[in-house]
Design a protein. Structure first.
Length: 251
């Protein structure tokens, strides 16, 4: 049997924390490892405990929920997040950072259960996928045609078809779309799970490509290939990732 999902509950309202805890205690698949009244306290403990799931308020003193998510990402910690908040005005930003769900207070038990069930399903799929090719991995994006990304207090909306390729750059990713470059503080793997797996494939440990933008392939040395995109950009297809690209080309 799979181990229970390590979970943090973070909310500065005692009654809200108490209710969430009551609902979670009935779920044997959830292991609440910590409840916190501040995001700063949760960040400190997350370094040691690395939770898989956060039930997280947004507006809190000192550090808010979005800042906590960003802080954890900077440490290589990427839990699934369900925002639980009384404010309806941040939902687009929540989904832009890859939130599983956005629960608006007050919510009923059934709505809460659906959010947790979705998180459990995504976490279980992620565990099973492990080393599976990118084309077979579950995606938060599903059949979405747009990607939402939070940037300096705004939400950038990108059409999936316009994204040509993505490259890792330290703690950031650079997204090249429609002739422009966008930089976001996110890991490549985290973003990969939000892209459409029917279009995007990893061709190098630091590069994802939208196969619809590949125009030519030229063999290099030792089994590598050079990919030339429709705008003329040249990328390397590593020998290690050739098998991941093949199904897209054959299809």
């Amino acid at each position: 049997m799979a181990s229970a999902i390590s979970t943090f509950v973070v909310d500065d309202e005692p009654l809200a924390r108490k209710r969430v805890m009551r609902l979670l205690r009935a779920d044997s698949e959830i292991n609440v490892m910590g409840t916190f009244n501040s995001a700063a306290e949760a960040a400190t403990h997350a370094r040691e405990l690395a939770p898989q799931l956060l039930l997280l308020d947004i507006r809190m003193p000192e550090l808010d929920g979005f800042e906590l998510v960003e802080s954890l990402a900077g440490q290589g910690i990427h839990p699934y997040v369900i925002f639980v908040t009384a404010y309806a005005d941040r939902s687009m930003e929540a989904f832009a950072v890859g939130a599983v769900d956005y629960l608006l207070k007050p919510f009923d038990d059934e709505r809460f259960a659906r959010a947790v069930a979705r998180a459990k399903s995504l976490i279980a799929s992620g565990r099973q996928a492990g080393s599976a090719p990118a084309a077979q991995r579950p995606s938060l994006a599903g059949a979405r045609t747009r990607l939402l990304l939070a940037e300096r207090g705004k939400v950038v909306v990108l059409a999936m078809r316009d994204i040509e390729f993505v490259q890792a750059a330290a703690k950031y990713v650079k997204i090249f779309a429609a002739g422009r470059c966008y930089s976001f503080r996110q890991s490549l793997g985290q973003l990969e799970d939000r892209l459409d797996p029917a279009c995007f494939v990893r061709v190098h440990r630091s590069t994802l490509v939208n196969v619809e933008h590949i125009a030519e392939m030229h063999p290099l040395f030792h089994g590598d290939y050079e990919l030339i995109l429709r705008r003329g950009t040249r990328l390397t297809l590593s020998r290690r990732y050739r098998e991941r690209l093949a199904p897209f080309l054959l299809g």
